[in-house]
Design a protein around this ligand. Structure first.
Ligand code: URA
Length: 279
């Protein structure tokens, strides 16, 4: 499940993540002990002779591939948005059940409790995507319900919207151990479900919260959020606005950072055809 530390692309990705975290003022990320591959120590005693009469232990089961029901080629724009809200609600419920089964069957139980699929209006024009569940989200099975979520609720309210008028999801659907940043492999295993979720909702605008969500959604590990925020990108024909993560804003609650996020959200309001406040 972990990346090969000798793979130069993995090493480059890891360096880029660390560099971006430094830019954001994150100077320490809890270490995922399982991610550190140490060479096996040589046996101190001679290995026991193999008992030929016993059956060999079964090899570990490979994780099943995610099963998609909406088969849309990834590079292309999404198909026309033809589903009714009720059809979208049903399609999301089906996807949630499938994803939850798949995660419980294949995902290592490294401390997470609940699968956090996403919440909100299945037919929303605006989709927020965060990084992954934290402790509060893991307990409740809902995204952005802790302190960062309370700030996100205020931002949504400042836009003149209610939480249930937008949709909120994450790149990874279970809490990474110790709240660390999800690994590229964890993200790669969850994003097919997120992509299918987006293909059902078909929002007009996606707001990615923080560097990790922007990098993994846009498949661009070079993104530095301080430069990328406020600049429109697209994902399969949908406008994407990267902005700071509310948890970062809570740590760096400066007037400048608050103004930057508000400027980003005003751009989103404009793109959605909403009345944009002057200030
Ligand atoms: N941070 C995230 O990125 N997502 C959540 O759901 C909560 C905190």
């Amino acid at each position: 499940m972990d990346e090969n530390p000798r793979d130069p692309r993995a090493a480059r990705r890891a360096r880029q993540m660390v560099a971006t975290d430094r830019l954001l003022g994150v100077d320490a990320v809890p270490l995922d002990a399982e991610a550190v591959q140490t060479p096996a120590a040589p046996p101190s005693v001679a290995p026991a002779p193999v008992d030929q009469t016993r059956p060999a232990p079964a090899p570990p089961k490979p994780a099943p591939e995610p099963v998609m029901s909406h088969d849309t080629p990834l590079a292309a724009d999404l198909p026309p948005n033809t589903m009714t809200r009720d059809e979208k609600v049903a399609a999301l419920a089906e996807l949630q059940a499938k994803m939850t089964d798949w995660l419980h069957a294949s995902w290592e139980q490294n401390g997470w409790n609940k699968v956090v699929f996403g919440t909100g209006d299945a037919n929303a024009d605006l989709l927020f995507i965060g990084e992954g569940p934290g402790a509060d989200e893991d307990k409740q099975g809902l995204p952005f319900v802790g302190r960062a979520g309370q700030l996100l609720d205020k931002q949504i309210a400042a836009m003149g919207l209610a939480r249930d008028q937008v949709y909120i999801a994450n790149i990874v659907k279970t809490r990474p151990p110790g709240n660390r940043v999800p690994t590229p492999e964890e993200a790669a295993r969850c994003t097919p479900y997120l992509e299918e979720q987006i293909a059902i909702i078909q929002p007009q605008v996606i707001v990615t919260l923080g560097a990790t969500a922007a990098k993994y959604l846009l498949d661009d590990m070079k993104i530095a959020i301080t430069r990328a925020r406020g600049q429109w990108r697209t994902w399969r024909g949908i406008d994407v606005m990267p902005t700071f993560h509310p948890a970062y804003l809570l740590r760096q609650y400066t007037p400048d950072n608050r103004r930057r996020v508000w400027e980003d959200l005003k751009k989103v309001m404009g793109r959605l055809g909403m009345k944009v406040p002057e200030k």
